[in-house]
Design a protein around this ligand. Structure first.
Ligand SMILES: Nc1ncnc2c1ncn2[C@@H]1O[C@H](COP(=O)(O)OP(=O)(O)OP(=O)(O)O)[C@@H](O)[C@H]1O
Length: 361
């Protein structure tokens, strides 16, 4: 349904994405996952026909996004990070308006608008002015405008940013319900969003796709190690100095505030996550190092490898490879790092030779 091959975009002299290749099968939800600035929005905007690529090709339902951009726009629903809503229109009036400009025939409009209202749980708000809606409801209107013309493909860019936890659950359920009847790309930097909503994930880092697969296969493919969570009477730096050198330890990092169930931390106490190398079990040595270093160990528990571990492993692998490739290039002109992909890439026609900045199609 969606095929992206060797897609690149250069802004001025800055490459935003390079040789991005992936495919999304009909009915599938693909999580497009990457840190800030990785190139997600650039890829989504090329796919939706709003931005020309510098090279490579992308097709939606068989139509080239550059050559047949009108056909693509009719077959794709797009929720940008900031949905383009008209605040002075009612929800229903806005959806009728979008249906009309997306080419839904007059005879079908009423049925399609009603269907979008129902799918997005907006029936009770149909007569409400958009400016009077909460952010969560506005996001639903954003999704409703993306699906009102019943497109086979839907692209959602960071659909849950800024929502409260209850709204996040509702929007994720709504997205899951689109699977099967629609092909969805969900662009996000939120890892749990991908595990909860998507059957496949493409990880993008620094403009390059570094892996595409199901989350489970990615973990198996990379043989990601398990890990530990530690609650320590000591500061993070000291824990890192004690634990990082232990054989079998890949990474020691502080846990983020939102992952912590309580707020009992003081400057003298920290929680850290330790990611272990595959096929290693350094738990005993970690406990001994912490206690032997004079720190109190309140709690230590095993954790299973997560998508986050895979993400860290992939992005760290690439950063290390980039560093070593830069070093090699300085001395001898070396090769770039390998990437892990299940979709074979093939060189394709150049879409546009221009290296423009900030322009739109
Ligand atoms: N119009 C532009 N002109 C110049 N550079 C740009 C432009 N838009 C994006 N970039 C650069 O291209 C790279 C990719 O940006 P992009 O917005 O696609 O990333 P992203 O993964 O969507 O990030 P975020 O999650 O922060 O939105 C970044 O380095 C960004 O600074």
């Amino acid at each position: 349904m969606i095929e992206v091959e060797q897609l690149s975009k250069v802004y001025g002299s800055t490459p935003a994405i390079q040789d991005v290749t992936f495919a999304v099968e009909p009915g599938e939800i693909l999580g497009f996952l990457g840190p800030n600035g990785a190139g997600k929005t650039t890829t989504m905007r090329i796919l939706t026909g709003y931005l020309p690529a510098t090279s490579g090709s992308a097709r939606v339902a068989g139509y080239d996004v550059h050559e047949d951009s009108m056909a693509v726009r009719q077959r794709i629903g797009y929720l940008p990070e900031t949905p383009p809503l008209y605040p002075e229109m009612t929800v229903e009036g806005f959806l009728y308006f979008v249906a009309r400009i997306k080419g839904v025939s007059a005879g079908d409009r009423s049925r399609q608008v009603q269907s979008a209202l129902e799918r997005c749980s907006l029936v009770e708000k149909r007569k409400t002015l958009i400016r009077k809606l909460s952010k969560g409801f506005r996001q639903r209107v954003g999704i409703a405008q993306a699906i009102v013309h019943d497109p086979p493909a839907i692209i959602l860019d960071e659909p849950t940013v800024g929502l409260d936890p209850r709204q996040i659950i509702e929007v994720r359920n709504l997205i899951k319900n689109l699977a099967g009847t629609h092909t969805v790309i969900l662009s996000t930097h939120i890892l749990p969003e991908v595990s909860m909503t998507c059957n496949r994930v493409a990880i993008i880092n620094r403009g390059r796709v570094v892996a595409t697969n199901s989350p489970e296969n990615l973990m198996a493919q990379l043989n990601a190690g398990s890990g530990y969570e530690l609650d320590v009477d000591g500061d993070v730096n000291t824990v890192q100095q004690l634990v990082q050198p232990i054989p079998g330890v890949r990474l020691v990092e502080p846990m983020r505030i939102e992952e912590l169930a309580d707020q009992t931390l003081t400057p003298q106490r920290c929680r850290v996550r330790v990611v272990a190398e595959a096929d290693s079990d350094p738990g005993r040595d970690i406990a001994a190092a912490v206690v032997g270093g004079g720190l109190g160990l309140y709690e230590m528990r095993r954790t299973k490898a997560s998508l986050e571990d895979v993400f860290l492993q992939l992005t760290m692998t690439e950063e290390k490879a980039l560093e070593s490739s830069a070093e090699t290039e300085l001395s001898a002109g070396g090769e770039a790092e390998p990437v892990i992909e299940d979709a074979p890439g093939a060189p394709t026609a150049v879409v546009s030779e221009s290296a423009e900045s900030e322009e739109e199609a």
